[in-house]
Design a protein around this ligand. Structure first.
Ligand code: ZN
Length: 230
């Protein structure tokens, strides 16, 4: 099979760099449809003239993307993800300059400022998908499980606690149990999606009218898989 960047964006499975997308889930379908429907189409098509090839692998040409996007931005999505250095959303999703908004905060929770940012992204700047992306082995989730106390972090972790309490899990409920940590992270994505709908009348109305879709995903830092939640 010939390996191209388009195939990677289209969600086909590769082994050469370990980045894999679950291409059959409704969330991924929403994610890929929006790039097609957004006028700028898939990032590959949008920047087809901006992609070079090195050693057989297609790469972004960030300089050209910067110059193209300087005239105006038409991002397809807004992503809410964690600050974890191993989970940079644009890199994981193979996106370039101008492709998406990205709000990053420990534990990918929504607060008023992030909701305001998302409302700007969707209502004023035309983004069509709100993607909440959690990840495995999340330190913020572990901190919330342990009730860690540290300066302003205490208040942030308190926003994750509802996910800890709401997670149904039969094994050991501790931060040392990665199975539990990842189950809480997944629940936290679900609750954050619900929180966005509940606390943002702007985004809830846009979702109801079909103007946007709100989807969730989990990034597995061990395997490189982005799993869209069903
Ligand atoms: Zn994290």
């Amino acid at each position: 099979m010939e390996r191209t960047r388009f195939d990677r964006v289209a969600g086909l499975v590769f082994d050469f760099d370990g980045l894999i997308l679950d291409s059959e889930s409704p969330g991924y379908v929403a994610w890929s449809e929006v790039f097609t429907a957004h006028g700028c189409a898939l990032p590959f098509e949008k920047y087809s003239a901006c992609i070079g090839t090195v050693n057989g692998f297609d790469l972004h040409n960030y300089l050209e993307q910067q110059e193209v996007s300087a005239k105006g931005q038409y991002p397809a999505a807004v992503i809410l993800s964690c600050i974890d250095s191993r989970a940079p959303a644009e890199t994981i999703m193979d996106l370039g300059i101008g492709d998406c908004f990205n709000a990053r905060v420990a534990g990918n929770i929504a607060n008023a400022d992030i909701l305001g940012s998302m409302e700007f992204a969707c209502k004023l700047a035309g983004a069509k998908v709100v993607l909440v992306m959690g990840h495995t082995s999340c330190g913020a989730i572990k901190g919330a499980i342990d009730n860690a106390q540290l300066g302003n972090l205490t208040g942030l972790l308190a926003k994750i606690r509802p996910a800890v309490d709401a997670t149904e899990y039969s094994g050991e409920r501790s931060a040392k149990n990665y199975g539990f940590v990842d189950a809480v992270a997944r629940k936290n994505v679900e609750l954050t999606m619900a929180d966005i709908r509940q606390r943002s009348a702007v985004l809830a109305e846009m979702q109801t009218s079909g103007a946007i879709k709100i989807v969730g995903a989990m990034y597995n830092i061990q395997t490189g898989v982005v799993e869209f939640l069903r």
